[in-house]
Design a protein around this ligand. Structure first.
Ligand code: SAM
Length: 285
């Protein structure tokens, strides 16, 4: 397959890194235009019974090896793991930087799909962070060794030991994929993660387009706009792309961004130097 085929299912990865996993019977409910992305669900035949699993109930999905991959990467054609990692690789290449020097902090790491991509770029050191233990357990079960260490913690409420352990890793890259907003990683947790990596660090992430628009209510557009205006972050690359299909088959558009950290976010907050709406001149899908 071509290197640009971002929608290639995980089960056909030619690296063969994914262990053999069970196949599930999955059915989608009749299309319901009222249902928001956050409410989407499918039904899975588990222990002989059709059980409803909400797409955002990650603990439930991770409990069953391969179920998350089958739902998101195969049925819904999610491409973000490849899109964000390949954009990071592209920017590194452009800047003449070797991936071999990166120590990645991956936040909202889940079961390691993204880390598997990052390893293929030659990144030697990856630390996972997620708020639920099921994510760590699934990563260790399904992709043993893909993380050097994995923290289950709330970045907005780190205890002293967690803070010290994460800082001691001296991460110089922050990656977060498909995890910002929607009741997942809030702006405050992103800020905390951002301040754990050193100035000069690479930041690679994606977000739903609406979270970066002038009408955004999640807080991410405002945070990023202020970070850019205050020279805390510099955007190196961004790309609008189809993150995945919705349950109804519609394309869900996200933006992937690769940026460079220039400074910590100050404790007292970032002054709003330019209150002018959206972050980037994002085009409408
Ligand atoms: C859609 S999954 C994405 C997982 C992985 N990044 C991927 O692309 O396959 C979102 C992940 O974010 C995690 N998450 C949600 N809120 C979080 C928080 N406040 N801090 C850290 N992780 C969080 C969830 O537990 C889940 O594993």
């Amino acid at each position: 397959m071509a290197a640009t085929d971002y929608h290639r299912p995980a089960s056909t990865m030619e690296d063969g890194a994914a262990p053999a996993t069970p196949r599930y019977d999955i059915r989608f409910p009749p299309s319901n235009p009222e249902l928001d992305q956050d409410g989407e669900f499918c039904e899975v035949l588990l222990d002989g019974q059709w059980q409803r699993v909400r797409f955002h109930d990650y603990g439930r999905l991770y409990e069953h090896p391969g179920l998350y991959e089958q739902v998101f990467y195969e049925r819904l054609e999610c491409s973000s793991h490849r899109r964000v990692s390949s954009m990071l690789a592209d920017v590194l290449r452009e800047r003449g930087q070797a991936s071999a020097y990166l120590r990645v902090l991956e936040v909202g790491a889940g079961n390691g799909v993204v880390a598997q991509e990052l390893r293929q770029l030659g990144i030697p050191r990856i630390t996972g962070v997620d708020i639920i233990p099921e994510a760590r357990d699934a990563a260790q079960r399904d992709r043993p060794g893909v993380y050097d260490e994995y923290f289950v913690c709330d970045l907005t409420n780190l205890d002293a030991a967690e803070q010290a352990a994460l800082q001691a890793l001296r991460p110089n890259a922050l990656v977060t994929v498909a995890a910002l907003g929607y009741g997942d990683i809030p702006p405050a947790a992103f800020e905390a993660a951002f301040n754990l990596v050193a100035p000069g660090a690479w930041i690679a992430f994606n977000a739903k387009l609406t979270f970066l628009s002038a009408r955004d209510e999640s807080g991410f557009a405002s945070l990023l706009r202020k970070m850019i205006a205050a020279d805390i972050i510099e955007i190196e690359a961004y790309r609008v792309y189809c993150h995945r299909r919705s349950m109804r088959g519609d394309r869900l558009y996200y933006a992937a961004l690769v940026a460079r950290k220039r400074a910590d976010i100050p404790g007292g907050g970032i002054p709003d130097l330019r209150n002018q709406g959206g972050v980037l001149p994002l085009s409408k899908p």
